[in-house]
Write a protein that binds this ligand. Structure first.
Ligand code: ZN
Length: 200
């Protein structure tokens, strides 16, 4: 082990891992392809634990996470691998209530980053930088995949995946919004409808 000073969180993670390793047991025998043959695309929000809200154990399913659970090029790359090489047969797109991606726009984050890279603060209405200087203009050239209408964003993501030329037509794609107040998955019926398998 190195003797570099570690943060509290760093130490906690390594300590938790020691505990996990101690009870790892027969998980060494898990196969690489997900045993239950499905994938979830969902938000990185810390309040969401897909293993818990969807009842997953190690080896069960693919979980692809990014800010917003959006169907970005990279999310679609993972989904295509998930099906083409690892055999998943149905996919879920799961956004959630109170998502941070509804709280800013591409213009807002672009402006904040151009001013400063340090963490911004949010007063419930607007974002501002406590410190100024050292910013970078690259943020104005990225697509951040923010959204204003959560249900519409789930429909968009399901459609974006459904209509992608590398996505097999027979894969059903379901659209849901997880409620951070109750833990419940609520279906976005228009999204699931848009994600129905297509007959060729
Ligand atoms: Zn979110």
């Amino acid at each position: 082990m190195s003797d570099t000073k570690t943060s509290k969180v760093h130490s906690e993670v390594l300590s938790a891992n020691e505990t996990y390793v101690a009870s790892f047991g027969d998980k060494k025998d898990l196969a690489l392809p997900p045993a239950r043959g499905f994938a979830i695309l969902t938000c990185m929000d810390a309040r969401l634990d897909p293993a818990k809200y969807a009842g997953l154990s190690e080896g069960d399913a693919h979980v692809i996470r990014n800010a917003g659970g959006r169907a970005s090029d990279d999310a679609i790359r993972s989904l295509v691998i998930s099906h083409k090489l690892l055999g998943t047969k149905e996919w879920f797109v799961i956004h959630h209530t109170d998502c941070g991606m509804e709280l800013f726009s591409d213009e807002v984050i672009g402006d904040l980053l151009a001013d400063s890279l340090e963490t911004a603060s949010f007063d419930g209405e607007a974002w501002s930088n406590p410190k100024h200087g050292g910013g970078c203009v690259h943020g104005r050239f990225l697509k951040w995949h923010t959204f204003k209408n959560n249900e519409a964003s789930v429909v968009d993501d399901v459609r974006c995946i459904r209509e992608h030329p590398l996505v097999a037509a027979h894969i059903p794609i379901y659209g849901y919004i997880y409620d951070v107040r109750t833990g419940r998955l609520n279906e976005v019926s228009d999204a699931t409808e848009a994600g129905r398998p297509k007959s060729r």
